[in-house]
Design a protein around this ligand. Structure first.
Ligand code: URA
Length: 271
């Protein structure tokens, strides 16, 4: 690629145009071919009334096959392979990679975010972009770090186009994998990052500003595991004034880690 083309591309990406919308480039500087005259157009089908429109195809097959694929996984490697071969979620078709998890699965504390963004889709790991950098700082502030004692995944395993909110159907297709993921990782403590995780994992209907900072419980096998929803790092980047609320939640999480006996990495000045 020549230098001009490269700098134009860089500029477009920085301006937020991160997605290709077609396979073939379009030269918008030449006039498009003339549109067909109205006479040449095939007659449009009559509009359908809501009563006659076919219902969207049922997704119970997609959810059912997610459930059986997830249930048949005996460990995290099998679950990752099952997810990678699952084709029931349309998000997979527009994503580059399947984003499974990052960190230390056996560490006892699991963080669950929403869905991969552009950077995560490229790298294939959760929380590697700006929000991920903030998450790493938040983890470090309570003696956690992915390489030693934190484990991270998302509700959704494929990037939704343009980072839109995942639909309830997409979440329902990914949730069997997440629920099995939680069983296999078998954490002692779960932290939900943001409203989407709170809605889909524990069915919170109130906003995250209400549910954050409150301890709930999640059943893993025959154990009830403490779970706390907190603010999503991407939200904190947009609303830095709310970092103090997240800080309070982190202190409560740190205290709970101590009660449970979860290890912390040796801390620097901010212990
Ligand atoms: N936001 C999320 O919720 N998850 C990621 O992996 C990245 C950003």
């Amino acid at each position: 690629m020549d230098e001009d083309a490269f700098s134009t591309l860089t500029w477009l990406v920085e301006a937020g145009a991160g997605d290709a919308i077609g396979e073939t480039p379009v030269n918008r500087l030449v006039s498009p071919p003339p549109a067909p005259t109205p006479m040449a157009r095939p007659a449009a089908p009559p509009p359908r009334s809501a009563a006659t429109a076919p219902a969207p195809p049922p997704d119970s097959d997609a959810i059912g096959s997610a459930q059986s694929a997830a249930a048949s996984a005996n460990d995290l490697a099998e679950l990752k392979a099952a997810l990678e071969s699952y084709d029931g979620c349309a998000l997979k078709r527009t994503a580059t990679t399947t984003v499974f998890a990052d960190g230390t699965p056996s560490c006892g504390i699991l963080f669950i975010g929403e869905a991969p963004g552009r950077d995560e889709d490229r790298v294939g790991k959760p929380f590697v972009g700006r929000a991920g950098q903030l998450l790493d700082k938040m983890l470090l502030s309570i003696g956690l770090d992915r390489a030693s004692n934190a484990y991270i995944t998302n509700v959704i395993n494929w990037r939704p186009p343009d980072n839109r909110d995942p639909s309830p159907e997409e979440a329902a297709q990914c949730l069997p994998f997440l629920r099995r993921h939680i069983e296999l990782a078998n954490p002692e403590l779960i932290v939900l990052l943001g409203a989407v995780a709170a809605r889909h994992v524990v069915g919170t209907s109130e906003g995250i500003m209400k549910s954050r900072g409150r301890w709930l419980e999640y059943r893993v096998g025959d154990r009830m595991v403490p779970l706390m929803p907190t603010l999503h790092p991407a939200y904190l980047l947009r609303q830095p004034a709310h970092k103090k609320l997240a800080w309070r939640d982190l202190q409560a999480i740190r205290a709970r880690m101590e009660t449970i006996g979860l290890p912390r990495i040796p801390m620097q000045a901010n212990t």
